[in-house]
Design a protein. Structure first.
Length: 55
């Protein structure tokens, strides 16, 4: 489920135009360096492109 902030992002930039599954090693590599909310976005949304690859 998308939180309010991410829902607003989707309103501005649209749904993903490309997705790549995040390997479990990606979560392990970044878990102590990135905010937990970003890792949660990755779990739910995968690594995605928005606005036809601009973001």
């Amino acid at each position: 489920m998308r939180d309010e902030d991410f829902s607003e992002f989707i309103e501005c930039f649209g749904e993903p135009t490309h997705r790549t599954l995040v390997p479990e090693s990606g979560f392990e590599k970044w878990k102590n360096l990135l905010p937990p909310v970003l890792l949660e976005y990755w779990r739910n949304e995968e690594w995605s492109s928005y606005a036809d690859g601009l973001i």
